[in-house]
Design a protein around this ligand. Structure first.
Ligand SMILES: NC(=O)c1ccc[n+]([C@@H]2O[C@H](COP(=O)([O-])OP(=O)(O)OC[C@H]3O[C@@H](n4cnc5c(N)ncnc54)[C@H](OP(=O)(O)O)[C@@H]3O)[C@@H](O)[C@H]2O)c1
Length: 244
């Protein structure tokens, strides 16, 4: 494995997909910093966990603390989503839109080398209307993707690349038992996703890793779906499939 000492900051890196990214980067010898409200029950070794609420806290002192501990960053990955129960419209905007913008702007002059990478985890909810998540989630994800494009252009002169990843439903440590206990639901995914299975948080982490690597040195402003081909199927074909 290549020895690197890149500093990677993962927003929402304590659980789910963010945790998978933190683990992968830690295995690859990055210095990893994570922001989340709570500390994980099983922390990843050597990760610098910083508690902050993106909805309510003044983030600059926390970001100062992260830079003073591990130095300027090389990679910035946004894996957070609003999980509050109050006002989802305001909460999602603070957590997904305002915090993302403020953190990118803080770091736009604080990247380590001339080859930084920012990855925003979005969702297919940016282009489709999903029944379950509220309007706020759809609008926030569309905003994050526009930010990816906007900052890709505006930060390119500084050597910072910005991309978005659009996962389908993710199988992660936290929901594995749930899906295992629902074979009919798993079969539904298997029967309808072109690749015949759900995708995992590890597979999202692998794409984030690629986007943060030199192998992606000319990739910026892109929106990459990681959904086993699910979003390629036309809705009408989907509907008619039930008849066949
Ligand atoms: N899960 C899916 O099937 C799926 C599908 C498509 C897209 N996505 C997207 O993929 C990303 C990761 O999803 P996930 O399901 O892995 O998320 P998750 O398990 O809910 O993890 C979210 C992370 O964000 C942190 N977080 C939440 N609110 C916060 C706040 N106010 N301040 C600071 N940190 C906060 C959480 O830690 P604390 O709770 O400790 O704060 C946690 O580390 C999200 O952007 C999501 O929209 C997920």
């Amino acid at each position: 494995m290549t020895m690197t000492h890149k500093h990677s900051l993962i927003i929402g890196g304590s659980k789910g997909t963010g945790r998978a990214v933190a683990m992968l980067f830690s295995e690859k010898n990055h210095k990893v910093s994570v922001i989340s409200r709570s500390l994980p029950e099983n922390p990843v070794t050597d990760v610098n966990y910083v508690q902050a609420d993106l909805e309510k806290d003044d983030l600059n002192p926390k970001l100062d603390e992260i830079v003073s501990k591990n130095g300027p960053i090389d990679n910035l990955v946004f894996c957070q989503r609003y999980r509050g129960k109050d006002n989802d419209w305001q909460g999602e905007f603070e957590v997904s839109v305002n915090a993302t913008k403020n953190i990118i702007e803080y770091f736009s002059n604080n990247f380590n080398a001339k080859s930084g990478s920012i990855v925003l985890i979005s969702s297919v909810a940016s282009k489709f209307v999903l029944y379950q998540p509220p309007l706020s989630y759809h609008v926030a994800k569309a905003s994050m993707e526009k930010m990816a494009e906007y900052y890709a252009v505006n930060l390119a002169p500084k050597g910072i690349r910005v991309n978005a990843v659009l996962p389908g439903t993710i199988l992660k440590d936290e929901n594995k038992e749930f899906y295992k206990s629902k074979p009919d639901l798993m079969k539904l995914y298997a029967d309808n996703i072109p690749m015949g299975r759900m995708i995992s948080s590890q597979e999202i982490a692998n794409v984030v890793d690629f986007l943060c690597s030199d192998n992606a040195s000319a990739v910026t402003g892109q929106k990459i779906a990681v959904d086993g081909g699910m979003s390629l199927i036309g809705q009408e074909s989907f509907m008619l499939k039930k008849l066949s």
